[in-house]
Write a protein that binds this ligand. Sequence first.
Ligand code: GTP
Ligand code: MG
Length: 362
Amino acid sequence: MSTTISTLVRAAAAEGPGAIRPAARLMSILSDEPHRLPEVFQAAAGLEAGDSGRLTLPRLLIGITGAPGSGKSTLTDALIRDYRRRHPDRRLGVVAVDPSSPFTGGAVLGDRVRMMRHATDPMVFVRSMASRGHLGGLALGVKGVIRIMGLIGCDVVFVETVGVGQSEVEVAGVADFVMIVLAPGLGDSIQLLKAGLMEIGDLFVVNKADRPDAARLHGELLAMLRVAREDLSGHHAPVVEDEDETAGDLAPWLPRRPGTLIEPRTFLVSGEQGHGVKELVDDLEALGSEFSPRWQAQRMDSIEQEVREAVIEEATRRLRGTLQSQRAGGGIASEVLSGTVSVDEAATRLLDETVTRTRPRG
Ligand SMILES: Nc1nc2c(ncn2[C@@H]2O[C@H](COP(=O)(O)OP(=O)(O)OP(=O)(O)O)[C@@H](O)[C@H]2O)c(=O)[nH]1
Ligand SMILES: [Mg+2]
């Protein structure tokens, strides 16, 4: 492990505002070289073996996505302000995945300016990342940043992505649950129908409730969610008389998306004016207390899954080498044909050869 990384990890894990600069440096290193994440894990594990008692991952990872301009950043900002008032001693993180796409050219600067409200708050850590050009994929880069945010003690981390490509789907896999932000006046039905968004959301927020057309969009959202979920689950949602269409209510009549722990729910809010923000944070807090332990367990499962996939990939790569040299040397097929070895024996022999041949020395 490089001494730079272990020094930075130690400094980033310390209490107080002095942690911010080393944390930012670690994030830059990881965004250029995501394969160094294990070094960070190793250094952090060394610290945790001591008595720092720090959680190694944020307690809650919230994905936020939606059409460009729907107000994701404004809403995140409002959520943070409310959350900070409730828990002045807890640190928060925001990962803003910059679209770097021609559709949303001006947004990046806008985000930075909006987030400046927290720029002097050492308890809010904001990190922008480009969605393009990530070695090993965006999800890996985001995971690295989240890990560092956990290390500096961020309790909740918001991950904002623009719902225009594959990035929101990738990021949904990283977050514990996903909030979809919609707003009136952005080509409503297209926005709602956008493939993917209906399927990956758990919380559906109609933003800009201060505009007169927001309530209509909320009604349309409920109707479209019902259809989308029926398609997804293959059976019909029960018909409910007098469906409750007020904001902030569960929609238990909707089937959940596969793999999620929580029932879909909808909100009508104004990030800019603050309407409905308190109710939304109340719900996020309730979700956190109820499900955080199970989400932590899910994250462990997904790490295990990553390891399994890596093992299979590596084994396949090594076996290919053995098969090639074996074929060059005359082939095992004729031995099988002549009955000298069975197919099972041949497979075992090739595996054994691969392990011996590729065993690291030392
Ligand atoms: N009327 C009204 N306007 C809002 C509200 N929230 C955000 N806006 C405006 O909507 C525009 C886009 O807001 P952003 O928060 O940048 O939206 P975003 O979804 O983060 O945008 P991208 O990051 O570009 O995808 C800005 O002009 C905001 O001022 C709201 O509650 N009401
Ligand atoms: Mg934004």
